[in-house]
Design a protein around this ligand. Structure first.
Ligand code: PAF
Length: 281
């Protein structure tokens, strides 16, 4: 496995792989790799000749009051995880390499962002779309792997790839969970011990809503209340949103029908957790 910090060096070697007819699977991350990332790397490994992992905590997608500075980082550990999961190339640029000057062009995401995290994180998806546009142009992957834990990100990237005509297949990978149901996230380390005990209530609440749908509840507002009361009764977290939309369009629905997403964000003292269930009816 090789580690690159310079765009030009990575490009030179990836051009050679492409010229040799190799397919490239790309896993973009912000590091502090966990089993959710591992499942992306494993799937990329199965489906491509070459696997590229990027580790870059992208300042552009963090708001001024967000956790850019405290976002967990451990490159040496990440390198070992990447080796264990068959990554061929790690791209680990400094911010100055990715943004040597203040960007003169920013991708502005126009759809699928006026809901969920888009409303509480203004500019976040513009930062994601901008860095991914750069990374896609640097890596030129055949396939790119994203976790469905951030289902809105998957929907936004789907729009980016279609609108900008990137010849890339998006591969959405199901959320990996702890044994107690908590969705794996780099941010979980920032939960206080008591909060860590409470956090599985988020997924429990989603599953309770799913069962309610199975037994005939079709009203989005009633389902939101079911999720909300379980989280409020079982955690000290503050609900940021609980929303139900069609998926991947992320449009408001009158009745639960077709493919839908129930998505939740909950603020704990030092961290905000998101989770969702995508249900096909
Ligand atoms: O999901 C993430 O870790 C980031 O949003 C991504 C896709 C790597 C872009 O910085």
């Amino acid at each position: 496995m090789k580690v690159y910090t310079k765009i030009s060096d990575l490009r030179t070697d990836l051009f050679k792989e492409k010229a040799a007819g190799k397919t490239i699977g790309f896993v973009p991350t912000m590091g502090y790799l966990h089993e959710g990332h591992a499942s992306l790397m494993d799937q990329a490994r199965k489906e491509n000749d070459v696997v590229v992992l990027s580790i870059f905590v992208n300042p552009l997608q963090f708001g001024p009051k967000e956790d850019f500075a405290s976002y967990p980082r451990d490159f040496e550990r990440d390198k070992q995880v990447a080796v264990n999961h068959g990554v061929d190339y790690i791209f680990h640029p400094a911010a100055e390499e990715m943004y040597p000057t203040k960007p003169s062009v920013i991708a502005v995401v126009k759809d699928r962002t006026d809901v969920l995290c888009g409303t509480s994180r203004p500019g976040h998806f513009d930062g994601v779309a901008t860095v991914l546009t750069k990374l896609f142009n640097i890596v030129l992957p055949n396939r790119v792997y994203f976790g469905l834990k951030d289902a809105q990100q998957v929907a936004v990237v789907d729009g980016l790839v279609n609108d900008y005509n990137f010849p890339i297949e998006i591969v959405p990978v199901p959320t990996v969970r702890e044994e107690d149901g908590l969705a794996k996230s780099s941010r979980n380390v920032n939960l206080l011990p008591e909060e860590r005990k409470q956090a599985p209530a988020i997924y429990q609440a989603l599953k309770i809503a799913e069962r309610a749908i199975d037994t005939g509840e079709k009203d989005p507002d009633s389902l939101v209340k079911i999720v909300e009361s379980h989280i409020n009764e079982n955690t000290d977290g503050i609900v940021d949103y609980i929303e139900i939309y069609s998926y991947p369009e992320l449009k408001v629905i009158e009745q639960v029908n077709g493919k839908i997403i129930i998505a939740v964000a909950v603020r704990f003292s030092k961290v905000r957790l998101i989770d969702n269930l995508i249900i096909q009816l």
